[in-house]
Design a protein. Structure first.
Length: 299
């Protein structure tokens, strides 16, 4: 009987397990992504580094927010689902960033696969002296290290040749939160056009460097696009390589902004996806599609 009382006393006095707050937040803006979101969230749930998932519904009409919330709850994730009705990816990211209270933050796309070591690899890069942004390259979702070697080496070579430029897209960017906020974050008053992933890096590079690593990669879905191109022209890409390192502010705010405005390539145009009304099933990640590293000036 004494043993039983002692055991109960020991259990009552045992300290509660206190979990350390995560070092990472993950921003996932989405618009009508009901088919893609579950697999993307599952890949983020498998990360070896704990993170808070902040999903921003940019006015979806297909029930994406309900699916996102249900998937997070099924997986037991620390998550937050926000609604931002101002149309535009920049607007959605601005809303999400206001809820970030962690040292590191990653911007992830709702149709992208992230390997389990993605955040750990990004953190290792961000811990390097002077680094404020980590960039990932694209590779097939089912690839091994040997299969990814070519894309990784191409990314690293481009970064060495053009160190003052961004060589990846918003699906593969991770930041020191303090630096991102100090640079102005995501703000349509600063930049309300497409190619926000390159413009924000321009501002961040005034505070530090952007770096890459062979083990930092992700796999965007190679699905079709049924809308006017949101990419820049060949002339604009060449001008980015030639001018951005020495005339960054002029290039983005005097040259590129005017050209994008003339073509009406505002951030909200990224939401225009008529193909999403098509109910025909399609694979989330095409395993046999070869994803090369993005062109150094294409992203």
């Amino acid at each position: 009987m004494l043993l039983d009382v002692t055991e109960r006393f020991s259990l009552q006095q045992a300290p509660a397990v206190v979990r350390a707050p995560p070092a990472w937040s993950i921003l996932v803006p989405f618009f009508n992504e009901r088919e893609m979101l579950p697999a993307t969230i599952e890949s983020l749930a498998a990360q070896t580094r704990p993170a808070r998932l902040i999903l921003i519904d940019n006015g979806s009409t297909d029930g994406s927010a309900t699916i996102a919330r249900a998937t997070c709850e099924r997986l037991g994730l620390d998550h937050l689902v926000l609604t931002e009705n101002r149309p535009g990816k920049v607007q959605a990211l601005q809303t999400g960033l206001a809820w970030v209270h962690t040292p590191y933050v990653a911007t992830c796309d709702a149709d992208t696969f992230y390997p389990p070591n993605y955040l750990a690899a990004a953190e290792a890069v961000l811990m390097q002296d002077g680094c404020v942004v980590a960039g990932a390259y694209w590779a097939p979702a089912d690839s091994d290290a040997a299969g990814r070697a070519g894309a990784g080496r191409l990314m690293l070579a481009a970064a060495r040749a053009l160190p003052r430029q961004c060589h990846t897209g918003g699906a593969g960017e991770s930041f020191r939160t303090e630096a991102l906020v100090r640079a102005g974050g995501f703000d349509p008053a600063i930049w309300g056009y497409v190619l926000e992933d390159h413009e924000v890096i321009h501002r961040l590079m005034k505070l530090g460097t952007m770096r890459y690593a062979m083990d930092l990669w992700c796999a965007p879905s190679p699905r079709k696009r049924d809308r006017v191109s949101i990419r820049w022209t060949l002339f604009e890409r060449l001008a980015y390589s030639a001018c951005a390192p020495v005339a960054g502010d002029w290039f983005f705010y005097r040259f590129l902004a005017r050209r994008l405005a003339a073509r009406r390539l505002l951030s909200r145009n990224i939401r225009e996806r008529a193909y999403q009304d098509d109910d025909a099933p399609r694979p989330l990640f095409t395993q046999r599609t070869i994803h090369g590293a993005p062109h150094p000036v294409c992203g």
